[in-house]
Write a protein that binds this ligand. Structure first.
Ligand code: UDP
Ligand code: MG
Length: 184
């Protein structure tokens, strides 16, 4: 049975700074991931602290939060069968020096702290992390807006008026004659 999952991927500041986002996205696509959503943002230190809260007791926490909020990042929802595990494999070990050949961190990572990408480490955390960056209420309103724009574009298109005319042909013709009669 196929087990399609979604996971959160972040292209970290060191990679965005070096303009590697397109190359890294290509790696995901070549490895069978579908990029479902993406946005380029910069987060505050407080947001970084919340995101990395699991690491708050670690000695590198402060530096890590400074770093993640230091510049633009690209956050993505990526999808594939067993996406969480597959993404961790494609990313490679946390320390680029220990990462396997061909992995993103091996190719692009600079050091253990500037290791170019983040990926959720479990299915449960993937859900939490996706919600962190892509709030479901925001998604709901974005979809609603899309529908409104779609209807609006239909409403104002020529096709809409032609359909309306064909449906109410008699009414329009009558209106036209009526106006002629009144006019003369
Ligand atoms: N990190 C660090 N020093 C360390 C370990 C981790 O700066 O000794 C940073 C690194 O950027 C890593 C992040 O903290 O990606 C989160 O650590 P984690 O152990 O969750 O590694 P990951 O899940 O990213 O492989
Ligand atoms: Mg982690």
């Amino acid at each position: 049975m196929s087990n399609i999952e979604q996971t959160l991927s972040i292209i970290k500041p060191d990679a965005v700074e070096r303009n590697l986002q397109e190359e890294i996205k290509k790696k995901f696509i070549e490895n069978g991931f579908i990029i479902k959503k993406e946005k380029k943002i910069q987060i505050s230190k407080a947001e970084a602290e919340e995101f990395y809260k699991v690491h708050e007791t670690k000695p590198f926490y402060e530096e890590l939060c400074n770093y993640l909020s230091s510049g633009p990042i690209v956050v993505m929802i990526i999808e594939k069968v067993n996406a969480v595990l597959e993404n961790r494999k494609l990313m490679g070990a946390t320390d680029p020096l220990k990462a396997e050949d061909g992995t993103i961190r091996k190719i692009y990572g600079i050091s253990i702290d500037k290791n170019s990408v983040h990926g959720s480490d479990s299915v449960d955390n993937a859900k939490i992390e996706i919600e962190f960056f892509f709030k479901s209420w925001e998604q709901f309103f974005a979809k609603l807006l899309d529908k409104v724009y779609f209807l609006q574009s239909k409403f104002f298109s020529r096709g809409f008026w032609v359909c309306l005319f064909l449906k109410f042909e008699f009414f329009f013709v009558l209106l036209f004659y009526q106006s002629q009669i009144n006019y003369f």
